[in-house]
Design a binder for this molecule. Structure first.
Ligand code: SF4
Length: 412
């Protein structure tokens, strides 16, 4: 546990240049959970949209129908044959889960194309998410930080580099970029540049502590095209979150940030690092109650890994912890009694059953030097995003997979 020494961490040295007014965003203020008949109608429309994409792609009705049927079976297996009984509405778009671009949109269509391509073709070229660490700057001291050894060193990527890497991955099909760091809000102006100049058909998300977010910055990001914001929250008890993050008012700022983001019309998510100490039924339930009260749309659950700040420590959760998390995931996601609670994304659950979606299968991780890793936790620089053979290197990456889980396969 680290001493609480920071008062104002992660504050950018640059001034925010925009004075975007806080618009009337009342229509966005409450995430709307779509359930029941309306959700079933939207689900049918989404599948119809996917069928139209398949017909355009394959130009043969039989092939298109076969692909869509196989994709439906795959999605059902991912969800234990139980579709999520809730979607989130944000503005005019619907979010079926945290990792899927909002529908309808060009980003969703690119996402659907990726998965149709991947049916019976595991070596298909495309990927759909780039997790992109865009800055080494950070004033937090989080216990679990996987970027710990790289923090607060000189930046190596210019804003033009950020854009070039995004464009190179856009050519490989991405429909979602998760901007992380370090603390990405330290590069707010460069994020705005990226949002303004990135090619279309990508949903951008920001993964942040929320410490330096203000209502004005939230509106600025929304107005420049940011889709959503993921804010780290590792405990429902303020002192425990603050201790975990090494910052005495981290909890208060995280909750304020989620409110600013929601009011600006951004889709919101809490990210929880579920440690052995945290995983009890009482803690998980209290955490979900807090998430519901703060009207957040999604929860992302991460398992601690012995890398970065946790290197050499025994942090891997035991099987009984995994089982409890899985029960928590299934209950809050699929039991209609919890339809008004945020939907949970738990990568450990899907990776153990279906293989790792990293390693280029669905996503890759680009670090603050522009080097590509299987995922943020594998911590192995494989090649540079600037390499001229990027598509070939991604293809090779897909065949090798990662060490922690078998690679994801649509045939499983
Ligand atoms: S986990 Fe994120 S916020 Fe915490 S120290 Fe690492 S980069 Fe900073």
């Amino acid at each position: 546990m680290h001493t609480l020494v920071q008062d104002r961490p992660g504050v950018s040295s640059k001034k925010i240049t925009s004075s975007s007014p806080v618009n009337n965003t009342s229509s966005y203020q409450i995430p709307v959970f779509i359930t029941g008949f309306k959700q079933r109608v939207i689900r049918k429309l989404i599948w119809l949209n996917i069928l139209i994409i398949a017909l355009r792609l394959y130009r043969q009705p039989f092939t298109a129908l076969k692909k869509v049927k196989a994709l439906k079976e795959l999605r059902n297996r991912y969800r234990n044959q139980q579709p999520l009984p809730k979607y989130i509405q944000s503005g005019k778009r619907y979010f079926v889960n945290f990792n899927t671009p909002g529908w309808p949109s060009a980003a969703f269509n690119r996402y659907a194309k990726h998965f149709l391509d991947r049916i019976n073709n595991e070596q298909a070229d495309s990927i759909y998410t780039l997790v992109f660490a865009i800055t080494k700057k950070c004033g937090f001291q989080c216990e679990h930080c996987c970027e710990w050894l790289n923090l607060n060193k000189p930046e190596t990527l210019s804003k033009e580099d950020l854009l070039l890497i995004t464009r190179r991955f856009h050519e490989l099909g991405i429909s979602q970029v998760q901007l992380s760091g370090g603390e990405p809000l330290n590069r707010l102006e460069d994020i705005i540049y990226l949002l303004d100049n990135a090619p279309g058909g990508i949903d951008f998300w920001l993964y942040t502590t929320g410490y330096s977010l203000t209502p004005g910055k939230a509106v600025l990001l929304k107005n420049h095209g940011l889709t959503g914001i993921t804010i780290s929250l590792d405990h429902y008890i303020p002192e425990k979150h603050n201790a975990f993050r090494g910052v005495r008012d981290a909890f208060e700022k995280a909750l304020a940030a989620i409110k600013y983001a929601r009011e600006a019309g951004l889709v919101t998510c809490f990210s929880l690092c579920a440690t052995k100490e945290f995983i009890t039924e009482e803690n998980l339930t209290n955490y979900m109650d807090l998430a519901r009260q703060t009207r957040v749309s999604f929860i992302q659950v991460l398992e601690p890994k012995a890398v970065g700040h946790y290197a050499g420590k025994d942090v891997t959760i035991a099987v009984h912890h995994q089982k409890m998390l899985e029960h928590f995931f299934e209950t809050f996601n699929y039991d209609p009694a919890y339809a008004q609670y945020p939907a949970i994304a738990y990568h450990g659950y899907t990776s153990r059953r279906f293989g790792c979606a990293g390693s280029g299968t669905d996503y890759v991780y680009a670090d603050t030097d522009g080097d590509i890793h299987n995922c943020p936790f594998c911590q192995q620089k494989l090649f540079s995003a600037f390499d001229n053979s990027l598509p070939d290197l991604i293809r090779q990456m897909k065949t090798k997979g990662c060490n922690a889980f078998p690679s994801c396969s649509v045939k499983k």
